[in-house]
Design a protein around this ligand. Structure first.
Ligand SMILES: *Cc1c(COP(=O)(O)O)cnc(C)c1O
Length: 365
């Protein structure tokens, strides 16, 4: 049987990409905020419906750069039910993560549990729009205002998502999007920060370019995280097709919902109110007591049939070996349970109805 991976990278046609990169052999301008880089920033401002976009070589370094540009100290409230990047970025910036639990409904931060975690050391909240689900941005904003905290969203999963007809990246002080090969929109590797306050334009530029303010002045301790022209060219091409790709993802997701949605012991992903979704991931929760099989057994069974589902997000970042004995997993029981019961099923634009039917047949069997 043909192998089905959890995702497959979107690509333009070979000819389309070659056409886009052709003039690089004339200009010989390969990186450092080139013409394609600047054009992609403008096109993304418009597509993401955000005031400002700053491109980076990957999403993780974009997140570190925006945290670093805020001069934060102390504790950051975040969630452990996420990809390694979120927690690692906070710690690498010299900050202490304080883990808040997630909601059972959509696995984003439980905004009702944030305030009890705030201390006089808290400086920011870093929530994650996990699986493309939107956090309770209104409650988070109210809490941040009341306690004078910065809000930086890990928006790696929400490319193109809108909440109440506004680009999701326009909420909070800033948001980080990932353009990694496995994401809804890719620049091979890449990412960006979106923000409203113009003061970050210069700060982010300094952060991505060795702390350099101008050729004779270095004002920050920083590394290199610039996006190059070949990455930007891939982005310019992929952006032309991303709406069609999201439409195809939606069809696959809707078939999963139709086939699995009414099964005892299975809880499938479902759309949120007031949200235009991007169908980035299709998480399913398996309750062993009611369904008869555990998440791990279903994962194994699919693997035997050459279908590679993923245990996103297991383990919780708070249980990583590098954080041994630092955090108490019992303080985030819902995240803990979700990480043991969740499986994300294959979802990408080229997945056919036959593919999703085959996956559902195996699960239902
Ligand atoms: C992919 C991802 C990142 C990191 O993005 P890269 O572009 O791979 O560096 C950060 N956070 C989450 C939740 C992600 O899924």
């Amino acid at each position: 049987m043909q192998k089905i991976n959890v995702t497959r990278s979107s690509m333009p046609s070979f000819e389309e990409y070659c056409e886009e990169i052709r003039n690089l052999w004339d200009t010989r301008w390969l990186t450092n905020m080139g013409e394609k880089h600047n054009r992609l920033e403008l096109e993304l401002c418009s597509y993401l419906d955000c005031e400002n976009v700053s491109l980076f070589t990957n999403g993780h370094l974009a997140l570190e750069a925006v945290i670093a540009s805020m001069d934060l100290k102390g504790e950051v409230i975040t969630t452990p039910f996420t990809f390694a990047s979120t927690t690692q970025a906070i710690v690498r910036c010299g900050l202490t993560p304080v883990f808040c639990d997630v909601t059972l409904a959509d696995f984003t931060i439980d905004a009702d549990k944030i305030e009890e975690l705030i201390t006089d050391k808290t400086c920011a909240i870093v929530p994650v729009h996990v699986y493309g689900n939107v956090c309770d941005v209104e409650k988070i904003e109210a809490i941040a205002k009341k306690h004078n905290l910065k809000v930086i969203y890990d928006a790696a999963h929400v490319f193109g998502v809108k909440y109440k007809d506004k680009g999701i990246g326009s909420y909070g002080d800033a948001s980080m999007f990932s353009f990694h090969a496995t994401k809804v929109f890719n620049t091979i590797e890449g990412g960006c920060v979106t923000y409203s306050n113009e003061e970050y334009t210069k700060k982010l530029l300094i952060q991505k370019n060795f702390g350099m303010e101008n050729q004779e002045s270095y004002t920050e301790v920083a590394g290199n995280s610039k996006m190059n022209e070949f990455q930007a060219a891939m982005g310019l091409c992929n952006l032309k097709h991303v709406d069609e790709e999201i439409k195809k993802r939606e069809e696959a997701a809707l078939n999963y919902i139709e086939r699995l949605g009414n099964t005892e012991g299975i809880t499938v992903w479902h759309p949120q109110e007031n949200v235009k979704h991007n169908f980035a991931y299709f998480p399913v929760i398996f309750d062993k007591d009611k369904f008869g099989k555990s998440r791990d057994e279903v994962w194994e069974e699919l693997k035997n049939e050459n279908i590679i589902a993923r245990k996103y997000f297991y383990p919780l970042t708070s249980t990583f070996e590098c954080y041994k004995d630092k955090f108490n997993v019992n303080e985030t029981p819902i995240a803990q349970k979700a990480s043991e019961e969740v499986l994300t099923l294959p979802l990408y634009a080229g997945l056919t109805k036959e593919d999703t039917d085959r996956i559902c047949d195996i699960i239902l069997r």
